[in-house]
Design a protein around this ligand. Structure first.
Ligand code: BGC
Length: 747
């Protein structure tokens, strides 16, 4: 991200006039979500808000108390996991655009999104806020999303930089990983976010990396971010992630935020001013931080500098808006494309709407809503269509829908304080405790199970709706395992025994164990936290009004014990975490080690069938190529970077035909397979994808453009990415395991 010279000159004019007191006010929180204004010069406060799924509700300036007004309801967008599951760059862009426009509409300058940490383990409580286990897919989906946000004179704040893949002890946990893993797995999406998308700001993570707190890290912030990537945007700390004044001052962090109301005591407040006055910290370090904040403000058109070049004056800035019908339409279209049809034996789905006269829905999640939970990603949604409401409104009055709870979700007592107020206690996060089931709960569960089984026998058409909720998919806490809570396994099994045609819908933000009943179920639909229109989108899919086209952006292992973070590396440790699995994260590990998974990366079925044919591979030399999105089909966003000239570009194409009876969308996935065996590498890696829409009988040519970097690995000895010359396989596939076409290329 580069700032223009004009902006830089204007910033200097203001910077010269600021006192130390004023400067310090601009680089630490002066309220829970803002900096201090400099009224004397017309510099406003910088207003920030969470988060990835919409603009968060308004809080009091200095207390974690929601204002409780009726003006801050917003569009609740599908979670990042759902956005990634669409494998649709255009939708990611549109979601970003809604988020940016609503943030601006709510008077914000920075929206604290998107979250793009790599899903190293299925147990991370914040996985629903993140996109994928794969760096390429994460980068490709986050770049357009950020571009969409920033079209509205609002800054994205991509988070959490970096290697922040667990919640347990998140404030203090120290991460140890090798350089290749850092470069190949954990950094590429951040680099794309700042360099390709030009994210105006980035949030430093809570955790430590190689001994340094990320928000004070000279290695990460000064070295990689500023020096290597040339980043000119603003670096904002996570809330309470700064611990030491001197370290924060000399690091490339620009703005310290926290959760406490003693703003003057923040490291970059009074302690910093005192240290500057005592000559212990150079004022130039403060200036550098203020400079970045001024650049950010000027880039967002928060103000301009007057003709006399003395003070900030109003600028022509986009106004934004929120809760428009068009925004809700984007939420709906994204939710539809995010649904993943995991299994559909004997074409159990879709249900025939016209013939449905009676329908039984079992399961608490059928009537649950999720927008108001999860931690800082919580949303005060204008509305949220529950699955049951979606189905009932689609089916109308001629179908009698009966709902039974199926499983018992114990009500939790609300704490006296807001969780965020306490979020710096006890290391900031923990692993969820397994609680024993008391007698009352066991009795209620038994009764609900019996009721569910009784009705499942009576009804011909039955849908079970279960999964997780934000007591499990939640900030500040990792799951203890992948098991379904509330005794759901028993209920699903018993219901399937009573009625083997029961359709299972899982609503969750991270994978769950399904081993106990998966084989018995004929149809399974995966529904992420998919925003305010989630229930309508699910009904569309179940009733065949929409043909599902989501693909899993992460592997679904049988159990977390199969995952490399657990069986090779460390997870949920309190002090030091060794990422011993190295680059073998997610499918890279399962495929290499022949570990079977429940559902593989990239998996997702359709109500129609696609045939792949006529693969062609060509090499083009010496032509600068668009790197990154491998997209020649004209539907990408924010990908304009040229790769080095003289480099070989590989052009890959194939035909894809819809041979079924319904229109549908297919995600053609391109994986590069290393055939040389000279370097230890995954079996294959995702390096391109395209989503195409096809009418029945229609065929299209899908094209990919692979830059040299698609064949590269990080050479630790050389300290850079290198491409080894030799043979590479190019695989075109419908999922990691469903390979359709393969060719070879010598690079
Ligand atoms: C989270 C951030 C969030 C911040 C502000 C922290 O607890 O880690 O993602 O943006 O709070 O609410």
């Amino acid at each position: 991200m580069k700032i223009s010279n004009e902006i830089k000159e204007k910033a200097e004019i203001l910077l010269e006039q600021l006192t130390l007191e004023e400067k310090a006010g601009m680089i630490h929180g002066g309220g829970l979500f803002r900096t201090a204004p400099v009224e004397r010069l017309g510099i406003p406060a910088l207003y920030m808000s969470d988060g990835p799924m919409g603009v968060r509700a308004e809080f009091a300036d200095a207390a974690w108390v929601p204002v409780g007004s009726t003006e801050d309801y917003v569009t609740y967008l599908p979670s990042n996991a759902a956005v990634a599951s669409t494998w649709n760059r255009e939708l990611a862009y549109e979601c970003g655009s809604v988020l940016g426009e609503e943030a601006r509409g709510r008077g914000k300058d920075v929206i604290l999104a998107p979250g793009i940490n790599i899903k190293r383990s299925p147990l991370n409580g914040r996985n629903f806020e993140y996109m994928s286990e794969d760096p390429y897919l994460t980068a490709e989906q986050c770049v357009p999303l950020i571009c969409g946000i920033q079209e509205h004179d609002v800054a994205a704040c991509v988070k959490h930089f970096a290697v922040n893949s667990q919640e347990t002890q998140r404030l203090w946990v120290d991460t140890e990983l090798d350089e290749r893993t850092l470069r190949e797995i954990y950094l590429p999406a951040f680099e794309a976010a700042v360099n390709r998308a030009g994210s105006y700001s980035i949030m430093g993570a809570y955790n430590r990396l190689r001994g340094e707190h990320c928000c004070e890290s000279r290695f990460l912030l000064n070295g990689i971010l500023r020096k290597e990537w040339g980043y000119e945007g603003a670096v904002i700390s996570d809330w309470g992630a700064v611990h030491r004044t001197k370290e924060a001052a000399v690091s490339a962090l620009d703005l310290e935020m926290s959760v406490t109301d003693n703003f003057e005591e923040y490291c970059l407040a009074r302690p910093l001013k005192d240290a500057v006055q005592a000559g212990e910290i150079e004022e130039g370090l403060v200036d550098e931080k203020v400079r970045h904040i001024l650049w950010l403000m000027l880039a967002l058109h928060m103000f301009d500098v007057d003709r006399m070049k003395r003070i900030a004056v109003p600028a022509d800035r986009k106004a934004g808006c929120y809760n428009t019908p068009a925004h809700r339409e984007t939420a709906l279209r994204t939710a539809r494309e995010s649904m993943v049809l995991l299994k559909n034996e004997g074409n159990r789905l879709p249900l025939e709407k016209g013939k449905l006269k009676k329908l039984l829905v079992i399961g608490h999640n059928g009537s649950a809503i999720h927008s108001n939970g999860g931690g800082s990603a919580e949303i005060k949604a204008l509305y949220e269509i529950s699955p049951l409401m979606g189905l009932m409104s689609h089916l109308g009055g001629n179908c009698q829908v009966k709902f039974v709870e199926g499983y018992y979700k114990e009500e939790r007592e609300a704490g006296e304080t807001n969780w965020q107020e306490d979020s710096l206690k006890d290391g900031g996060g923990k692993e969820r405790e397994r609680t024993a089931v008391d007698e009352k709960t066991a009795r209620i569960r038994r009764e609900l199970l019996e009721e569910a089984v009784k009705y499942a026998k009576e009804y011909e058409q039955v849908i079970f709706m279960g999964g997780l909720n934000h007591e499990f998919d939640v900030e500040g806490q990792d799951r203890a395992d992948m098991k379904l809570p509330y005794g759901q396994d028993e209920v699903i099994e018993a219901v399937l025994d009573a009625n083997p045609d029961t359709v299972v819908v899982m609503i969750a933000g991270s994978p769950v164990e399904m081993g106990r009943w998966e084989k018995k179920a004929k149809a399974i639909v995966w529904n992420w936290y998919a925003g305010m229109e989630s229930g309508n989108a699910l009904a569309d899919v179940l009733l065949g009004e929409i043909n599902p086209s989501g693909k899993l952006p992460e592997s679904f292992p049988y159990s977390h014990r199969d995952c490399s973070a657990h069986c090779v590396g460390d997870f949920a440790e309190e002090k030091l975490l060794h990422y011993r699995e190295g680059i073998y994260v997610g499918y890279r590990y399962y495929e290499k080690n022949h570990v079977p998974v429940q559902y593989c990366f990239g998996h997702g079925l359709s109500y129609t069938e696609f045939v792949y044919s006529d693969m062609n591979i060509e090499k083009q030399k010496g032509i600068g190529s668009r790197s990154g999105n491998g997209n020649e089909n004209g539907n990408g966003n924010g990908n304009g970077e040229k790769s080095g000239s003289g480099e070989v570009t590989v052009l890959v194409s194939c035909n894809i035909k819809n041979v079924g009876k319904r229109a549908g969308k297919e995600v053609v996935q391109l994986y590069v397979r290393d055939e040389n065996g000279m370097v230890d590498k995954p079996v294959k890696e995702l390096k391109g994808y395209e989503k195409v829409e096809l009418a029945p009988g229609e065929s299209k040519r899908v094209r990919f453009r692979l830059p040299g970097e698609a064949f590269a690995y990080f050479d630790e000895a050389a300290g850079e990415f290198r491409v080894l010359s030799g043979e590479y396989g190019i695989v075109l596939a419908a999922s990691l395991q469903d390979e359709r076409l393969e060719g070879r290329v010598r690079v």
